[in-house]
Design a protein around this ligand. Structure first.
Ligand SMILES: [Zn+2]
Length: 191
């Protein structure tokens, strides 16, 4: 059978056709988008369809619920698994060895301190802050520095560090030094 043989439906013809509303089971005009009886939307084509309207309204609510849940979990983790502070586990990082090296650079003299630390704790530390005190021949404090090291020290591992200071006095005033770890930051996640 050829396609053209099917009788084309005229506009009038379509208007007279009816269908059964799936919501109220009433006989309604075939072209109805909204049921004239029960006011139910019968097509999903329109963005003003209540189903779409509901979703458009729900999206920000769903996002808010997820965001709130994430924040709540984060907070719970902070309470149940607080990030350890270095002050709670002092002396976690011990200095194994350190030495002082004098160097003359184009921009003045430098004192390099290099050495090794060991982590005696179960916690992985980073951003270690040292305190370095310098003494002269009379064992008098002549200078101090608070260098930071970006190294990460894994639990029960050693790590090498190096930093330099710009001396405020003649380098021969720097006879000895004392080095200690002031603080460090835990790499434990959760923040
Ligand atoms: Zn209806």
């Amino acid at each position: 059978m050829r396609r053209m043989a099917i009788p084309a439906r005229t506009k009038d013809n379509m208007k007279t056709q009816t269908k059964i509303c799936p919501f109220c089971a009433e006989d309604i005009p075939g072209e109805s988008k909204v049921c004239p009886r029960c006011r139910q939307w019968l097509t999903l084509r329109s963005l003003s369809h209540p189903a779409y309207q509901l979703w458009i309204m729900m999206v920000p609510i769903i996002i808010a619920i997820f965001a709130w849940g994430w924040l709540a979990l984060n907070r719970l983790e902070k309470i149940t698994m607080p990030r350890p502070f270095y002050t709670e586990i002092p002396d976690s990082i011990g200095i194994i060895e350190s030495k002082m090296i004098f160097k003359q650079t184009e921009s003045g003299s430098r004192i390099f301190i290099l050495g090794l630390v060991t982590n005696q704790s179960q916690i992985s530390w980073e951003s270690t802050e040292f305190e370095c005190r310098f003494y002269d021949t009379n064992n008098t404090l002549v200078d101090v520095a608070h260098p930071h090291s970006s190294m990460t020290v894994q639990p029960h591992e050693d790590a090498a560090f190096s930093f330099w200071v710009r001396p405020n006095r003649a380098t021969n005033d720097y006879i000895s030094f004392k080095l200690k770890v002031v603080t460090a930051r835990s790499t434990q996640t959760g923040y």
